[in-house]
Ligand binder design. Structure first.
Ligand code: SF4
Ligand code: SF4
Length: 197
């Protein structure tokens, strides 16, 4: 739990795995009073107000050791209104969407879905995204897979596996045009220009 004092809130946001756990001083200018309401309207955010900071999510999370803020802390930061810190947190991108926190939360808080919604918000608002997501997105638009297919159809045939059909990039582009994937790879403007030409 955080320590509180009259100068502000000291949040126990430690860099996991670091030898020293730096504490973070919260000042009023960091607080967006409407953030909690904004999150509560995001897909899966309807129960976020019910979090009572029990920490079951953090205790259950297999990735918490690597996160900059543990799942409970992200919920706490949402309640406080630390919008910028939440949107720039590595935690939302490290979450493996295993849904354990979602299933175990005694208050029905859907943290996994909240993290997904916050990822979308981070992309929309231009926050930096781990390069691997950009790479996977480009790969997805290229051939329909988020990773390079190392097994060829000849290999598959030798293994008695069915052939994988080629996916046409223009079909993928059409299917994904209304998603944030072009924002993610920084090609939205270029795509719009192409459509207008
Ligand atoms: S398990 Fe649920 S109620 Fe407990 S800290 Fe996590 S989100 Fe909050
Ligand atoms: S869904 Fe994400 S935050 Fe929740 S337990 Fe799994 S890895 Fe952790």
């Amino acid at each position: 739990m955080p320590d509180n004092n009259s100068q502000g809130v000291t949040l126990g946001a430690k860099k996991r795995g670091a030898a020293v756990s730096p504490l973070r001083r919260i000042t009023p200018d960091q607080i967006d009073a409407k953030f909690m309401e904004e999150v509560s309207k995001m897909p899966g955010g309807d129960k976020i107000h019910a979090c009572f900071q029990c920490g079951v999510c953090t205790g259950s999370c297999p990735i918490a050791f690597a996160m900059d803020y543990a799942p409970r802390q992200i919920s706490e930061m949402i309640h406080i209104g630390l919008k910028d810190a939440v949107l720039s947190s590595a935690t939302i991108w490290l979450c493996s969407t295993c849904y354990i926190c979602y299933e175990r939360c005694p208050q029905g808080v859907k943290l996994t879905d909240v993290f997904n919604a916050i990822k979308n918000k981070a992309v929309q608002d231009g926050y930096s995204v781990p390069p691997v997501y950009e790479k996977m997105s480009k790969q997805l638009l290229k051939n329909g897979f988020v990773y390079d297919m190392e097994i060829t159809n000849e290999d598959r045939e030798a293994l008695d596996l069915p052939k994988v059909e080629d996916v046409k990039p223009e079909i993928l582009a059409e299917e994904l045009k209304d998603t944030l994937i072009y924002d993610l790879i920084g090609e939205k403007k270029e795509k719009k220009k192409h459509e207008e030409a």
